[in-house]
Design a protein around this ligand. Structure first.
Ligand SMILES: [Zn+2]
Length: 278
C-alpha cells in the first residue's frame, strides 16, 4: 500500500508527531468527574484506527487494494451471477449491538467458493494438440473471482470482522518453512492460529501450490478446524471439483465444497485482463 494516502501527522507543542491531535494517539480521552475520579472515553479516531489495523492485518494483495463491488465489471451473465452470489453472502453477515454495549458478530456457517468447470490440472494432462483449444474454451483466468472476494473482504473488515486473506502458493510455502523451523513449532502455531481463528478466511487460488503429503495434512487441518468452529472460508480456485481433490486432498476438498451449500459457482469465460492490455 502506498504511504502517500495516509494523513500527514500533526505536531503538538513539544514537537511530537501524532496522527490524532485530540487524543495524541492514545485512542482514549481522559476526563475527571465531579469527585475528581478519572475516566476515559474512546476518541473519535479509535474506530478509524481499528479499521486501519484490521485492513493491514488482512494482507490484501497490492494489486487488489482498489477492488470494490462498485468497480467490478458486470458485462455478462456469469459475472452478474458471481456478483449477486457475493452480495447475498455478504448479507448473511451482521454486527448486532447488545444491551450491555458489546457487539455480537453474526456469520454464516457456510463457505463461498468460485471454482473452474474444467480445472487447470485436467487441462495440463490433455494431449498437447488439444490443450490450447480446451484452454480457450474453458478459460477461468481473469474472470474476476479474486476481485469480488477482496471486495467482500474489505466490506467485512469495515463492518468489524477480522479477515485474513491468504494466497495459496505463498501461504503453503510459509507453512512448510515454519514446519521445518527449529523453534518447537512456535512459528507454525502462530500461522495456523490466525488462519483458524480469523472470523473470515479468504483463500485465493486454493489448490495452486504443488501437492505434497505435508501440505495435504495442513489443508485438512485448517479447513476442518474452521468447520468445527463454524467459521466461514471464502475461496476461489482454478481447479474443478475433481482436480481440487487431487491438489488439496479428498477429505479437505469435500469438506470445503460441502460447506458451500448454494454458495458454490463453477465459472468459465473470457479473460478480461487480456482485453484490457490488448
Ligand atoms: Zn484520537
Amino acid at each position: 500500500m502506498s504511504k502517500s494516502s495516509e494523513k500527514p501527522k500533526q505536531h503538538d507543542e513539544l514537537g511530537e508527531a501524532h496522527e490524532c491531535p485530540i487524543c495524541k494517539d492514545m485512542e482514549f480521552i481522559f476526563y475527571k468527574d465531579d469527585q475528581g475520579y478519572e475516566f476515559a472515553k474512546p476518541c473519535e479516531c479509535r474506530e478509524r484506527k481499528a479499521w486501519k489495523r484490521r485492513f493491514k492485518q488482512a494482507l490484501i494483495p497490492d494489486e487488489f487494494v482498489h477492488a470494490k463491488f462498485e468497480n467490478f465489471k458486470r458485462v455478462n451473465e456469469y459475472q452478474q451471477a458471481m456478483y449477486q452470489m457475493t452480495i447475498d453472502y455478504l448479507n448473511e453477515f451482521s454486527v448486532i449491538k447488545q444491551e450491555d454495549g458489546t457487539k455480537k458478530k453474526i456469520m454464516p456457517n457456510k463457505n463461498l467458493g468460485f471454482i473452474a468447470v474444467v480445472g487447470e490440472q485436467r487441462l495440463r494432462e490433455l494431449p498437447a494438440g488439444e490443450r490450447a483449444e480446451a484452454k480457450r474454451q474453458h478459460n477461468n483466468f481473469g474472470v474476476g473471482k479474486t476481485h469480488l472476494q477482496i471486495a467482500l473482504a474489505k466490506r467485512l473488515i469495515k463492518d468489524g470482522f477480522n479477515v485474513l486473506v491468504v494466497s495459496d502458493v505463498t501461504f503453503m510455502d510459509e507453512l512448510i518453512q515454519a514446519k521445518m523451523m527449529n523453534d518447537e513449532g512456535e512459528t507454525l502455531d502462530r500461522l495456523l492460529y490466525s488462519a483458524i481463528h480469523a472470523d473470515v478466511l479468504v483463500w485465493d487460488d486454493i489448490g495452486k501450490a504443488k501437492w505434497s503429503e505435508a501440505k495435504e495434512a495442513l489443508y485438512y487441518q485448517i479447513i476442518n478446524e474452521r468447520y468445527r468452529k463454524q467459521k466461514p472460508i471464502v475461496f476461489n480456485s482454478n481447479e474443478d471439483r475433481g482436480t481440487l481433490s487431487e491438489k488439496i486432498g479428498y477429505a479437505a476438498a469435500s469438506r470445503l465444497i460441502g460447506q458451500c451449500g448454494s454458495y458454490l459457482r463453477e465459472i468459465e469465460g473470457e479473460d478480461f485482463r487480456l482485453q484490457k492490455s490488448g
